[in-house]
Design a protein around this ligand. Structure first.
Ligand code: BEZ
Ligand code: FE
Length: 304
């Protein structure tokens, strides 16, 4: 019966993966074990700490439901989601920068006509958003579905509301680019918001004295056929949390200066109403690649 000292133990576990048929799976398992063992050795992890870690991960799993993905939140706040994004998008070739998809993309947004107000019943300052999708050479791309979604003035996504199934989408839509690659819509200015803090991940964030906020942003998913799907946000310049996003998702290029306007008409020539409004203008460049949209991070069905 073999007995191992702590370094021999690592070698023995690595050897146990020798027969793994898929070489990539073998490589990933070996590297995972090496990193985990190195962590335990480096920290002299105590039994109490190990038990705490197991209990924490158990609570993360127990918090997951069809509409709540606590493991993704954990990945996000530990910077793993952005690191996976970084290693997969090292060379942008001039394409727009990417960032996290986040847990509030529900997939298959409903296509709406250009100029639609996607937040008609919400409190908040009015905003007109205009955008153009081009390839790397600047050629406009027509008929491209662009999904958009953002939080409301209280910092909540429509899909977080208990009545989402019946009340339908709000601040969430799909626009199809016209012949000139353009889309536009009306909405409200989103605000910064905290990630959910009623679960183990949020509790951990508060426990280590981090704040739980994301700076205000609008999500975009540009899915041009024959091109890499572009998963990104446009962040609002000047937000209090722009330098300390809890999920590390901000990139300089994605920060947009929002103009405050008082013109009587919005850029599509329709009346702006009596109050000042904001204008967001941001263009997207996509690069050639496989056009498969990411899966939604959560399925909005019944809550477990
Ligand atoms: C979001 O932007 O919707 C988001 C991203 C990561 C964690 C929580 C929320
Ligand atoms: Fe968001």
């Amino acid at each position: 019966m073999p007995q191992f000292n702590d370094t021999e133990l690592t070698a023995a576990v690595l050897e146990s993966f020798e027969e793994t048929p898929d070489p990539r799976v073998k490589f990933l398992m070996e590297e995972l074990v090496k990193s985990l063992h190195a962590f335990v050795r480096k920290t002299d992890l105590t039994f109490g700490e190990w038990e705490y870690a197991i209990d924490f991960l158990t609570r993360v799993g127990q918090k997951c439901t069809p509409s709540r993905q606590e493991f993704i939140l954990l990945s996000d706040v530990l910077g793993v989601s952005m690191l996976v994004d970084a290693v997969n998008h090292r060379e942008r070739e001039g394409a727009t920068e990417t960032t996290v998809l986040g847990p509030f993309y529900v997939g298959e947004h409903k296509a709406m006509p250009h100029g639609t107000d996607i937040s008609p019943n919400l409190q908040g300052e009015k905003m007109f958003v205009q955008s153009r999708v081009t390839d790397l050479a600047g050629k406009p791309l027509a008929n491209v579905p662009v999904d958009v979604w953002h939080a409301d003035d209280d910092g909540y996504y429509d899909s977080q509301r208990p009545d989402y199934e019946t009340s339908g989408p709000s601040s969430r839509a799909r626009f199809i680019t016209d012949e000139d690659g353009r889309i536009s819509f009306r909405t409200i200015l989103p605000c910064s918001y905290p990630i959910p803090t009623d679960g183990p991940v949020g509790q951990m964030i508060l426990g280590v004295r981090r704040h739980p906020y994301r700076p205000a942003h609008v999500h975009f998913l540009v899915n041009a056929p024959g091109h890499e799907p572009l998963v990104t946000h446009v962040f609002i310049e000047g937000d209090k949390y722009i330098d300390s996003d809890v999920v590390f998702g901000v990139k300089e290029e994605l920060i947009s200066k929002i103009e405050k306007r008082t013109d009587a008409n919005m850029p599509d020539g329709k009346p702006a109403g009596s109050t000042p409004w904001h204008l967001m203008t941001y263009n997207f460049r996509v690069r050639p690649g496989v056009g498969i949209a990411p899966k939604p991070m959560m399925a909005v069905t019944e809550d477990a």
